[in-house]
Design a protein around this ligand. Structure first.
Ligand SMILES: NC(=O)c1ccc[n+]([C@@H]2O[C@H](COP(=O)([O-])OP(=O)(O)OC[C@H]3O[C@@H](n4cnc5c(N)ncnc54)[C@H](O)[C@@H]3O)[C@@H](O)[C@H]2O)c1
Length: 444
């Protein structure tokens, strides 16, 4: 069998997804694109240690011409969709980092490109496959807690220490312009994935201060984003995406699901165990388990991925990728992407284009609700071809070049006015290698 030729666009976060490709015998990493030479050099170092020689590019058009079957998109978070559509129209399979897109029209375009070209599109939502969340998926599928009635997902992660090296003082970098709920997929997607539900309506709220990063590092948006999502079975999910100050190494990335028969929850501030409570025959009587999940799919490959990733401390600890590779969640998006391309049964766990769009729409529509003073906003089911036309012109987002006269501010009431001297200061921090000296956070 010919190997699947994979290219990687974006070598910063992208390097960990490339690493997941290297442990799969069916895959050959053939090309890497990044305009940032430091990121490209990091990919080179990784490739050299495993004895492969992909082609390196700094220009997308040149990369596009390379002979590739599939592409991993880890480029700027607001720019995934146009590249994904172009690549799918050229017959390539695509795995995209999160979120899938920045406006509703792009959601329609993504779905139609995947449908029309018959290619595989998946979203690299690693938070669905962390040791604890993926075990929750397994238990949910067994019916252990019944049907979801209410759930909470928290993505509380102060990324200030990484902000200078990522944005390099660029006022228009997506990390400076996104709004509070944009990056919500880590909070809500695992819950949609575990319960196999679809969001139908969302209400958004925003705290007044404390966004993903402080304004004195250049962020123009507002506070934390809170989403109350109505599910298609009537249940409710509360998601939060925030950069609240917590002690270092203590991000709050946790999930609780209350079902009709019991409850499951993670405890990841302290540990990586989960608890599962199941009510038995009598009201108020049940069993409670606390345990460390065992990987139940491709456990050997996942272990090999971790081993090899940890063997490159020069690469992975100096980037955003330290810690436990998102509780091993970083291995599985690539694994399921490849299984799906190969038509294997395990590919069913990949986050497909519809769920990718559902999760991204939660953030887009929650912010619309915030701008409307908190009134609920419907989330369209774009699987239905009949309703897509109504959204083709819906290009509202915070990128002027994309939104035109539908431009929306990064926070209600208008962008935070950042003094240009702040960007100069951040540029200097980035040049000096800060925050490497300050250390990076565990999760990203
Ligand atoms: N799933 C996760 O846990 C996780 C963690 C971090 C980042 N991400 C996602 O990964 C993506 C990348 O984030 P990041 O942290 O690497 O930071 P980033 O967005 O700053 O980096 C993107 C990289 O792509 C390169 N790039 C962008 N456009 C390019 C172009 N036209 N030509 C050549 N190179 C280009 C940049 O030089 C940069 O190195 C984002 O979508 C982000 O949301 C996901």
């Amino acid at each position: 069998m010919n190997k699947i030729k994979v290219g990687a666009f974006g070598a910063f976060r992208g390097i960990v997804l490339m690493q997941s490709m290297l442990v799969m015998p069916e895959v050959e990493l053939v090309a890497v694109l990044d305009k940032d030479i430091n990121a490209l050099n990091m990919a080179k170092r990784m490739a050299e240690t495993v004895g492969i020689q992909p082609a390196y590019y700094t220009d997308f058009e040149e990369f596009f011409k390379h002979d590739m079957d599939a592409v991993i998109l880890s480029n700027f978070a607001t720019e995934h969709a146009p590249f994904a559509v172009r690549l799918m129209n050229s017959g390539r399979h695509v795995m995209s980092e999160v979120p899938a897109c920045e406006n509703v029209a792009q959601c329609v375009e993504l779905i139609e490109a995947a449908e029309k070209n018959g290619v595989v599109y998946t979203m690299a939502e690693n938070y669905c496959y962390m040791d604890d969340t993926f075990e929750m998926k397994r238990r949910y599928e067994l019916g252990d807690i019944g049907e979801i009635s209410y759930a909470e997902g928290a993505y509380i992660h102060d990324q200030s220490s990484q902000h200078p090296s990522k944005t390099k003082g660029d006022p228009d970098h997506w990390r400076n312009t996104i709004y509070s709920t944009f990056y919500c997929t880590h909070a809500v997607n695992p819950l949609l994935f575990i319960s196999d539900t679809r969001p139908v309506q969302v209400t958004g709220l925003e705290t007044p201060t404390m966004g993903l990063v402080p304004h004195d590092l250049g962020y123009k948006g507002g506070g934390a984003g809170i989403l109350m999502v109505r599910l298609n079975n009537g249940g409710v999910v509360r998601g939060i995406v925030a950069g609240f100050k917590r002690e270092p190494w203590a991000d709050n990335i946790n999930y609780t699901i209350y079902g009709t028969k019991g409850t499951m929850e993670t405890h990841a501030i302290h540990d990586h165990n989960i608890s599962v409570y199941i009510e038995r025959e009598k009201f108020g009587h049940g069993t409670k388990e606390d345990y460390y999940p065992k990987r139940f799919i491709a456990a050997d490959e996942a272990e090999q991925f971790l081993k090899e990733a940890y063997s490159h401390p020069d690469i992975f600890t100096k980037t955003t990728l330290s810690g436990q590779f998102h509780r091993c969640g970083d291995f599985y998006p690539g694994y399921f992407f490849i299984q799906k391309i190969l038509g294997r049964q395990e590919g069913k766990y990949a986050v497909d284009v519809y769920r990718a769009v559902d999760a991204s729409l939660c953030g887009i529509m929650a912010y619309r609700s915030i701008l409307n003073g908190g009134s609920p906003v419907d989330i369209p089911d774009l699987r239905d071809k009949n309703i897509r036309d109504a959204y083709r012109g819906d290009i509202a987002c915070t990128t002027k070049a994309v939104a035109g006269d539908q431009l929306i501010p990064s926070r209600p009431g208008g962008n935070y006015e950042v003094d240009p001297a702040v960007y100069e200061y951040v540029r200097k921090l980035a040049e000096q290698g800060v925050p490497a000296e300050h250390g990076y956070r565990k999760e990203d």
